[in-house]
Structure formats: structure tokens, C-alpha cells
Ligand binder design. Sequence first.
Ligand code: URA
Length: 244
Amino acid sequence: MARERLDKMLAGRGAGSRREVTGMIRGGLVTVNGVPCRDPAQKVDPDADTVCLGGCALRTRRERYVMLNKPGGVITATEDAAQETVLDLLPAAERRGLFPVGRLDKDTEGLLLLTDDGPMGHALTAPRRHVDKLYLAHITGTLRPDAAAQFEAGIVLEDGTVCRPAKLCVLEKPPDDGLTAVEITLREGKFHQVKRMVAAMGGRVVWLKRLSMGPLTLDPELAPGAWRELTDSEIEALRHAIEP
Ligand code: URA
């Protein structure tokens, strides 16, 4: 992790404005590894150094948030002896501590968030937070005419499981191959949920891609298998989405 100026690091972690933290540092309120530091320009290593303000240790480590465009054919796991995982798509040096937030099937493509921020990951997948997930699916078969209304009411899956209300929108422009394109918005994440909901309505999913999760939208510049760090405003929007 790159070293940062002490004043910038403190301000970036919410200790105060840049001016306020400069005053705190000059006023002798800050120690780095137990040694008082009065130089706002002092470089610190957020991963290794212990910074205290008024005697209290601050959380200095920066969490990581990575947007991946998951390709089909890789499994959503951190490691596997036999199959390629989503973590294998990142160089080894970039993987430390990252885990996938939620799960996409092996053949599902699209937006997958990887992070080392445990509380954020758990909050985004907690059923009570209702973070919307938008999927694009190409399906075969003929959906029941009341499929959209059934989605709204809460579909009953073939095994009797009742789903939360969801949204189904049949797109006007069908894919070239005689299939139907639908967008489905879910507020939960049951195992194979989209496939099972479509099956309960008489269709079969042959291709599935996640386009968004809460405020996060898949970056169209990311080719399948490509990834990038989230921007500060994307991270801020995610934090906002999980506020109680
Ligand atoms: N629903 C599915 O059926 N599969 C996924 O990967 C995600 C949602």
C-alpha cells in the first residue's frame, strides 16, 4: 500500500477537515507508532503504522472494492482445486483478502463486487437491506401471460418457496436467435433464483447477466473478465445504500 501524508490520511478517514487535522497534528494530539508527530507532511503506511488521535487508535487501512465483469465459465469462490474462480481473474498480488459479495452461477455473467470489507459485504447481501439486483436474461419458451403480475405478487417456485415481489419486464427488441429478452429485478438472492422464477412461469433461461446491484452499475468499458477499483463516488453510494 502506498504511503500517505499524515494530514491527508487523517482527513480522508473522517477525523476532520484538512485544516482541522493540521491543527490537531501541530497541537501534539497525534502519535505514529507511539511517537508524537507534529509534522502534517509525515508519510505513513496505512497498512503497517498505528496512528492515534488523542490516545485512540484510528482505523487507517483502506478497504478495497473491485468491480468485475464476470465471464461465464468461472465459479464464484475464492479458491478451488479444480475450477477457475473469479479471484483467479486478478493478478495474485491484487487478491489479498478479497471475497465475492453474493454469488453468480458458473454460467452467469456480469457485475460482481469483490471486497475485503466484511461488514459492507455482509450488509449488501443481508435480506433485510433490500438491495435491488437487475438481471438481463435471454429465455426460451412462452411465459405465462400473467408472468409480470406474478412477479409483482411473489412467485411460488416449483418446490413451494415463495419469493419476494420482483419485477419482470419483457424487452421489445428480441435477441436475434428467436429468444425473448427480459429484465428482472430482485430484492433477494435465493439459489438459482432467476432461473427458477422463469421456470415457474414456463420459460427457460439460456443466458443470464447481472447489470446492476443497488447503486452500482456494470461499467460498459469492462470486457468480460476485466475489473477495476470502484471510484470514491461509487463507494460512497454503496455506503449510503446500506445505511440503516
Ligand atoms: N439467479 C440465477 O438463477 N443465477 C444467478 O447467477 C443469479 C441469479
